[in-house]
Design a protein around this ligand. Structure first.
Ligand SMILES: [Zn+2]
Length: 152
C-alpha cells in the first residue's frame, strides 16, 4: 500500500502491471481492450455486438446495487430503475446520473434506433426506446455483458 504519488515527469512507464483496478486510464487500442475484456464482452462493448435474448447473467438480480460499465467501472444504472421488460435483456427506465451515457442515432439493420454507449470509455451498452414504463417512459435495453453488478 504505497501512498506516495511519484512525480509523473520523473517516472518511467515502461511496465504496466496487469489486472489494474477500475480508475486506471481507459484503453485506447483494441489490443489493450482484448487483454482487459473476455471475448464475449469485447464483442459486445467494442464491436457493438448483441448477446442472445434471455442469455444474460443480469436478467434476474434480486439484491439492490449498482450496475457498472464492464469496460471502465463507471456506475451506469441502479436496481431501483430496473424493470421486467420481457424483452430478454436487462432493462432500465433511466441512467443513474446525467451524462454517464451517450446517445447515437443508429440506422443499422434498416431500423431507426438510438444506440447508447458509456460516456467514459465509449463501450456499446445497448439501445434506448421510448416505450418504457413510468416515470420516464423510456426503456434502456442493455446487454448483461456490458455491465457488472455491484451489490450495495
Ligand atoms: Zn465504460
Amino acid at each position: 500500500m504505497s501512498t506516495n504519488r511519484a512525480d509523473p515527469t520523473a517516472t518511467d512507464a515502461t511496465s504496466t502491471p496487469a489486472g489494474k483496478p477500475a480508475g486506471t486510464p481507459v484503453p485506447t487500442s483494441d489490443e489493450e481492450w482484448r487483454t482487459r475484456l473476455s471475448p464475449d464482452r469485447f464483442h459486445v462493448l467494442r464491436e457493438k455486438g448483441t448477446e442472445p435474448a434471455w442469455s444474460g447473467a443480469l436478467l434476474d438480480v434480486h439484491d439492490t446495487g449498482l450496475f457498472r460499465c464492464a469496460g471502465c467501472g463507471t456506475a451506469l444504472f441502479r436496481t431501483d430503475d430496473k424493470f421486467d421488460s420481457q424483452s430478454g435483456w436487462p432493462s432500465f427506465t433511466r441512467a443513474v446520473a446525467d451524462g454517464v451515457i451517450t446517445e447515437h442515432q443508429d440506422r443499422s439493420f434498416g431500423m431507426r434506433r438510438t444506440e447508447i454507449t458509456c460516456a467514459t470509455c465509449g463501450g456499446h451498452l445497448g439501445h434506448v426506446f421510448p416505450d418504457g414504463p413510468r416515470p420516464t417512459g423510456m426503456r434502456y435495453c442493455i446487454n448483461s455483458l456490458s455491465l457488472e453488478f455491484d451489490p450495495d
